[in-house]
Design a protein around this ligand. Structure first.
Ligand code: NAD
Length: 245
């Protein structure tokens, strides 16, 4: 309790899955949280909860981001959760699909960081946490060409921001999970020819025998947001049940 007391955090993709659990755990640890999601309906039950400000917003909308940064004032923590999965290899990925993956998964983080970093620099303190994946420069997986390319770019972005601002009190780290049981993961599993078998296969991919939970990832995000991790910056933290060991 109170590991984030006195901190203000922005959490994107807070409507469901990893972002939702992260927003909830940040609040439980004493932070004031601005919970953002494109789908405002998913935020409806957060509205009005103590410590939570729910905002329906597209992270690709730079004007909306700069208006929000004016409303929030300087924040201490930025959790960049938005990501989408394109399934396929290079030959069945269209130009539009590739560009969409880069736009949603990387260019969105570029814009969100540009909106909130000036406030962090003003206060000389900040922790930026970017959702990457083990499907990235950590390791290639079949049928994840666009996704892995974009998530590798998230790692480059993370390390660059970390290097540029380490001496100004700003930290920037990336989280690289393997399979996590979230609504979008369930959708991908349900779309497979044999969902029960797919579920078993996704679980077996981790030597621990299960997929991660949103709480597994949110617990790491709390650590990276807190002063407990003040010596960590530019790290790509693999959290994967031993999958890429
Ligand atoms: N679930 C996994 O197995 C897994 C594994 C590794 C990494 N990740 C990464 O973790 C992050 C969260 O994954 P998840 O499975 O919890 O997500 P999810 O797909 O279940 O939820 C994503 C949320 O983001 C919101 N969103 C999408 N586009 C947006 C936009 N332009 N602006 C604002 N909000 C937008 C959606 O409305 C949704 O509520 C993603 O970056 C994902 O790539 C997930």
């Amino acid at each position: 309790m109170n590991r984030l007391k006195g901190k203000t955090a922005v959490v994107t993709a807070a409507g469901q899955g990893i972002g939702r659990r992260t927003a909830e755990m940040f609040v439980a640890e004493g932070a004031e949280v601005w919970a953002l999601d494109l789908n405002a309906e998913l935020l409806a039950d957060l509205e009005g909860q103590d410590g939570l400000n729910a905002v329906g917003l597209n992270v690709l909308d730079r004007n909306a981001l700069s208006e929000l940064a004016t409303r929030t004032g300087p924040v201490d923590v930025l959790f960049n959760g938005v990501g989408m999965v394109h399934v396929g290899d290079i030959m069945n990925c269209t130009d539009d699909e590739f560009e969409a993956a880069l736009r949603v998964n990387v260019i969105s983080m570029f814009g969100v960081i540009k909106a909130f970093l000036p406030g962090m620099l003003e206060s000389g303190n900040g922790s930026i946490i970017n959702m990457s994946s083990v499907q990235s420069s950590v390791r290639g997986f079949p049928q994840r060409f666009a996704y892995a390319t974009s998530k590798a770019a998230v790692i480059g972005l993370t390390k660059s921001v970390a290097a540029d601002y380490a001496n100004q009190g700003i930290r920037c780290n990336a989280i690289c999970p393997s399979a996590v049981d979230t609504p979008s993961m369930r959708q991908r599993i349900d779309a497979m020819p044999d969902p029960a078998q797919a579920m078993a296969d996704f679980s077996a991919r981790q030597p621990v025998g299960r997929m991660g939970t949103p709480e597994d990832i949110a617990s790491l995000a709390v650590y990276l947001a807190s002063e407990e991790s003040s010596y960590m910056t530019g790290s790509t933290v693999i959290i994967d049940g031993g999958a890429v060991n």
